[in-house]
Design a protein around this ligand. Structure first.
Ligand code: GRF
Length: 197
C-alpha cells in the first residue's frame, strides 16, 4: 500500500513534532517524510535527525517571494502539511498547491487569542491576564489569515487559580501531545476517504 507522505513545519523546540513522529512510526499507512524548518539552529532539527526524518531548511525570500517551496514539496511527494509551532505565515502559493491539506495547532481556544503576534507565551499571558477560567487547544485548517481557517478540533482545560503562563503552557502542551497525533490521523483518513490525496 502506498503511504501518505506528510511534512511537518516547525520553528522551535519541536515537542509536538517528536510526539507526532513517534506516533506515526507505528502507523503503517502514514509516512512523516519531512521536517521543514526556517531556523537552522532549532532543536526540532535534532529531533528529526534522531528519528531519521529528512529535513529542509527554508529561506525567507524564497518562501514568500517564490512559490513557498511548493515544487520541492511536490517533488518529495508531500501530500499533507502539518504546522506544529511554525511561526511564518503560509504564503498563497503554498495554500494553492495544498488546498485544504494544511493544518495548524494553536495553544488556545480560537477564535480567541489568535492572530499576528499571538504565539508562545504571549497567548498564555493573555488568557491569564483576561481572567479566563478555561483555555485549551485548537486544530484548524490553514487559510490566508493567521489562526483563522475552519476548526476541526478543540479541547478545553481549566485555568487554575494561581496559574502562571508557564504552568498553563505545560498543561496545554500535555493536551497537544495527547490529541494532535490522533487528530492528524483522523484528518488524513477523512481526506484519503474523500479523494485521491
Ligand atoms: C505549541 O504550543 C503549538 O500550539 C504552537 O507552538 C507550540 C509549539 O511547541 N503553535 P513545540 O515546539 O511543539 O514544543
Amino acid at each position: 500500500m502506498k503511504k501518505i507522505r506528510v511534512a511537518i513545519f516547525a520553528s522551535g523546540t519541536g515537542s509536538n513534532v517528536q510526539k507526532i513522529i513517534a506516533y506515526f512510526k507505528e502507523i503503517e499507512k502514514v509516512d512523516i517524510a519531512l521536517v521543514v524548518c526556517n531556523n537552522p539552529n532549532a532543536s526540532v532539527l535534532t529531533i528529526a535527525e534522531f528519528y531519521g526524518v529528512a529535513t529542509l531548511i527554508i529561506e525567507k525570500e524564497k518562501f514568500f517571494k517564490g512559490n513557498g517551496y511548493a515544487d520541492e514539496l511536490k517533488e518529495l511527494g508531500i501530500q499533507i502539511i502539518v504546522l506544529a509551532g511554525f511561526l511564518w505565515k503560509i504564503p498563497d502559493a503554498l495554500l494553492k498547491n495544498f488546498p485544504g491539506k494544511i493544518i495548524n495547532i494553536h495553544p488556545a481556544l480560537l477564535p480567541k487569542y489568535g492572530g499576528k503576534g499571538m504565539y508562545g507565551m504571549a497567548v498564555h499571558e493573555a488568557v491569564i491576564h483576561a481572567g479566563d477560567s478555561y483555555s485549551g487547544i485548537t486544530i484548524h485548517l490553514v487559510d490566508e489569515h493567521y489562526d483563522h481557517g475552519k476548526i476541526i478540533f478543540q479541547k478545553v482545560c481549566e485555568v487554575q487559580p494561581g496559574d502562571t503562563p508557564q504552568l498553563l503552557a505545560e498543561r496545554i502542551h500535555k493536551l497537544e501531545h495527547k490529541h494532535f497525533p490522533v487528530v492528524i490521523e483522523n484528518f488524513i483518513q477523512t481526506i484519503a476517504g474523500n479523494e485521491a490525496v
